[in-house]
Design a protein around this ligand. Structure first.
Ligand code: UDP
Length: 315
């Protein structure tokens, strides 16, 4: 197949590119390099079935015939998506409109990368797909949360009114090699701090929870959903093993052998208190199953960070 990955030079996008090339497809990565990087796709730059287009999805694009569009383009870490919040909303809303219109024209199937953030700060725990969420529509996270919620609405309206073939994946926190070293996310931040021997910045009291999925597992779920013959979703994709931020800090210190102390910072506004996916639908409909345990995933991620930081052992 000929497949477009928007956000193809990002963390998830570049891993998806690798998987699709391995499966024998022709892959076009489209990215504005706002948070993505050419480094993430440098290893496939000379591949005969790979091409890269520098472009911002808030404007329409034309890349020739297509069978599939994975619409992953959007800054996804809170500091990054809040740096230019209007652009973040436009990326989700206009980006999905352009993917859907192009997909419809090409008779290509479109998968939208949605997010656990559609559940906001959830008052139902864990979160099944039919939970409608608790989002502050005008807070500092709204540009991302509401942009992604609006994108889901556009995807389903396109499907209902124009017959566009669509899929919606609600992606929960994902980590792994190639994460941006300073994207401000908790996993990347703690690993960098541990390897540099500086305090790990725990926001609030560290009792808030997240459920962390290793990138290979997540990518497998995306491909399974895209290739399901009929299921549109939304479907939660993630790993339901939940831990507190404080527990994560302890795991990272232990696995890096770091002596870094724990530091405290204020809890960001509207920071979700808890998050854990119900993945029964993904298991039943897609045969999805996260396989990489947190310990193994963190070891692989730390190794990748050591290489990129040029650190042989923790400070
Ligand atoms: N967090 C933290 N220290 C950091 C970065 C994040 O304690 O240096 C916390 C943050 O407040 C949140 C959790 O870790 O409760 C996950 O944050 P992240 O930015 O990775 O993702 P998101 O909030 O979008 O799930």
């Amino acid at each position: 197949m000929r497949i477009l990955v928007t956000g193809g030079a990002g963390f998830l996008g570049s891993h998806l590119v690798d998987r699709l090339l391995d499966e024998g497809h022709e892959v076009i990565a489209l990215d504005n390099l706002q948070t993505g990087s050419r480094d993430n796709v440098a290893h496939v730059a000379g591949h005969r079935r790979f091409s890269f287009v520098e472009h911002d999805v808030i404007r329409p694009y034309e890349v020739g015939p297509l069978d599939r569009i994975y619409n992953l383009a959007c800054a996804a870490s809170p500091p990054r998506y809040q740096a230019d919040p209007i652009h973040t909303t436009l990326t989700s809303v206009l980006g999905v409109v352009h993917a859907l219109e192009y997909g419809n024209e090409q008779r290509a199937r479109v998968l939208q990368a949605s997010t656990s953030e559609v559940y906001g700060d959830p008052d139902v725990h864990p979160q099944p797909e039919d939970y409608r969420g608790n989002v502050n529509p005008h807070g500092p996270r709204a540009c991302y949360d509401e942009g992604k919620r609006c994108a889901e609405s556009l995807v389903m309206d396109h499907h209902r009114t124009r017959g566009t073939e669509v899929r919606i994946a609600r992606i929960f926190n994902t980590y792994g090699p190639r994460m941006d070293l300073d994207d401000g996310r908790v996993v990347s931040t703690f690993i960098v701090q541990a390897l540099r021997g500086v305090p790990l910045t725990i926001y609030g009291d560290g009792s808030q929870t997240r459920s962390l999925c290793y990138v290979d597992d997540l990518i497998d779920g995306l491909v399974r959903l895209m290739e399901h013959p009929t299921e549109t979703g939304p479907i939660n994709l993630g790993n339901p093993v939940e831990l507190t931020v404080r527990e994560l800090a302890d795991r990272v210190r232990e696995l890096t052998g770091s002596e870094s102390p724990l530091g405290r910072r204020p809890l960001p506004v509207d920071d979700p208190r808890q998050r854990r996916p119900v993945i029964d639908r993904a298991r039943r409909l897609l045969g999805f199953e996260p396989r990489v345990a947190l310990h193994d995933g963190l070891v692989r991620t730390i190794e990748d960070f050591r290489v990129r930081l040029g650190v042989t052992r923790a400070a």
